[in-house]
Design a protein around this ligand. Structure first.
Ligand code: SF4
Ligand code: SF4
Length: 172
């Protein structure tokens, strides 16, 4: 029986595992403007991210290959985040001592710009609070999901991958 990768057994991928598979954007690039980073480690037949990218930044010779972003070609438009059915694309932008994380947000309620929200890591655990600075509602999104940009402490840039809106429903 083939070995099951640890991220599949665990249910989420760590930054160390991710950047063992794809390149990590340089700090200089992360500071220049938002950059899209796919967290899509499985070779599945899927390619809407590649098709929607206006600059051809997503390199994927066949739909079964992993998406690899040419960070120099990425203009930070967020279309890949909006359209990815696996909710696997994020954007990261370092601004001073903060990081702005752009993520899909499928749960209700959708926050408003300026809201303080609970920051969640890949396990869904709270790791702090952050402020919403941009919302693309579902109706204006290319895909079927709202997209939220939240400002977080820079040391959490590679930890925070979801938010909980105060007043929203909890599963725990
Ligand atoms: S953010 Fe825009 S330019 Fe960058 S990889 Fe995604 S779709 Fe392409
Ligand atoms: S659209 Fe999403 S799930 Fe599909 S290949 Fe791209 S990153 Fe992976």
């Amino acid at each position: 029986m083939p070995d099951v990768p640890s991220y599949l057994r665990r249910g989420y991928i760590t930054p160390e595992e991710l950047f063992g598979m794809i390149p990590k954007p340089s700090e200089e690039r992360l500071r220049a403007k938002p950059v899209a980073v796919p967290e899509c480690p499985q070779e599945i037949p899927c390619a809407p991210c590649r098709e929607v990218c206006p600059t051809g930044a997503i390199n994927m010779p066949t739909p079964n290959d992993l998406p690899i972003v040419d960070y120099e070609k990425c203009v930070g438009c967020s279309l890949c985040v909006q359209i990815c059915p696996g909710l696997a694309f994020f954007m990261v932008h370092y601004v001073g001592d903060k990081a702005r994380i752009t993520m899909p947000h499928e749960l209700l309620p959708v926050p408003k710009r300026g809201d303080e929200v609970v920051l969640l890591n890949r396990m869904g655990e709270p790791v702090g609070t952050g402020r919403v600075i941009l919302v693309i509602p579902r109706e204006k999104s290319m895909g079927d999901t709202a997209v939220v940009t939240v400002e977080v402490p820079i040391e959490l840039a590679w930890e925070v991958r979801a938010i909980r809106v105060p007043g929203g429903k909890r599963n725990d």
